[in-house]
Write a protein that binds this ligand. Sequence first.
Ligand code: CMP
Length: 139
Amino acid sequence: AVERTLSILKPDATRRNLTGKINAKFEEAGLRIVAQKRLHLSEAQAGAFYAVHKERPFYKDLVSFMTSGPVVVQVLEGENAVAKNREIMGATNPANAAPGTIRKEFAESIEANSVHGSDSAENAAIEIAFFFSGIEIVG
Ligand code: CMP
């Protein structure tokens, strides 16, 4: 089925001017960027977005990293978009990411891993609503 998923190009990617190269990966794989904006997240915003990880040991560093520079938040649309985007991104830890994936090619570390993607259709809906209103998404 055609789905939507929330994608974030993280500060390590914007810092190295990789937004075009990463977007090309999504488009070449058949995902369409139906909404996109560049933001500098506040601590409150990043903390709220990653609230599910609040008890994890890496939470504080994660929030600090995600506020260290601009991010690009996007909605990707396509057949099986949630799973397809996770395939294109590769494993969370770039050391385990398959060849050709975004994280294998671009990620610097498990924290500075260039991209975020929703992990389920249910979370995709929540994460898309966190950043975008209906009129900002043009399918
Ligand atoms: P993301 O998909 O954005 O969701 C949570 C993020 O926490 C994850 O990608 C990683 O970038 C980051 N992170 C940092 N350290 C770890 C860790 N040890 N295990 C999992 N995620 C981590």
